[in-house]
Design a protein around this ligand. Sequence first.
Ligand code: ADP
Ligand code: ASP
Ligand code: MG
Length: 429
Amino acid sequence: MGQSSLVGLIVQKFGGSSVADAEGMKRVAQRIVTTKKAGHSVVVVVSAMGDTTDELINLANQVSPMPNGRELDMLLTAGERISMALLAMAISNLGHEARSFTGSQAGIITDSSHGKARVIDVSPGRIQEALDQGAIAIVAGFQGVSQDTKDITTLGRGGSDTTAVALAAALEADVCEIYTDVDGVFSADPRIVQHARQLTSITYEEMLEMAASGAKVLHLRCVEYARRFDVPIHVRSSFSNKEGTWVVSERPEGDEMEQAIIAGVAHDRSEAKITIVGVPDRPGVAAAIFQALADAQINLDMIVQNVSAAATGLTDISFTLPKDEGQIAIGSLKRIQGEVGFASLQYDDQIGKLSLVGAGMRSHPGISATLFAALSGAGVNIEMISTSEIRISIVCRESDLDRAVQSAHSAFDLDADNPEAVIYGGSGR
Ligand code: ADP
Ligand code: ASP
Ligand code: MG
């Protein structure tokens, strides 16, 4: 693993809070140069400065309520281009050669799904060439170019992590370092749980479930990619020199978390719930509903169907989905209302989701009972439940979510003895 001091190829990704202003750029440049001076080849992936992406989205919404996907991607990728050029200048000011590249120039080839494009190929010829010539390569994160349309695409919010891992895999890097505003992966978001514990290591499998459940410290696709190509990820802070968290296929022997049942508690505020009321209870109805949602490319999460106990022949179906796909989903359901014959639709965006993740759940019964007891003790009402082999998720009121996370964290003895998490920057947006 890349923990040794052998010279090699390192990919370093710096998130928006690490390069929020000129001072941050200079600090990061210093760090990159130190790595280069140690003899490594360095590829850097950089995000847009601070909250630039959110500000650009705001601006787009002011000129159009539903901005066109192609143009929105063109706008948002500008954020990362500003960062890459400034960072290259800051490095050059320290006497080292740095060349910046857009995602397209770096060979990040994607499908054509604007706003959530998938990386389908990486051909980093120009990056390799820069490295061969002794330069530091700086790549704009979160963007690529569509193989079919040749248009510029983005990989979804937080997608710079995926750029970094995709490049690390293609260049066969020794390690992909993800620098952020906390010291590593914690047992819960340290912005919510003051006593969250930093993990020395976590498996790809657990990290996948954490990321899919809203722990935005790593982008979900980046973890999928790292697992597929066996790229070790080292999550750490750009503001400290502490050892961070290793994301690897298996926890090393002797890791204090080796025997742990639960790795952590994740939370998600980005989902909404739609309830389809009074659905005729006969074969084919669910198929028609979910086909309409699939055609609209809605990413469904939890689904619950309850047959009416009152023998009315009707049922209610509820599901959760990303809030920003809510209006499209409602539109496509309304279009099939006549054909399917349901009574009405309810839309609720005041929900929160909590997920408990841990590989040890497989062999330990009673986890749900402990979780539900903790939630009830905290006065949290459970609205939906779903499980996978190594995860239990519940939906509750958004206003109860912080309390729910804190109580679950304590119930599974995850609290550190002293508050150990430092939040160095970022707005938590
Ligand atoms: P960056 O801008 O560096 O990509 P992000 O904001 O995307 O940073 O991710 C880092 C943030 O992820 C942290 O500030 C923290 O609030 C949040 N986070 C959520 N869950 C966790 C967790 N389990 N461990 C660490 N950080 C977490
Ligand atoms: N700048 C993009 C975002 O804010 C991508 C990233 O930071 O990873 O989502
Ligand atoms: Mg991020």
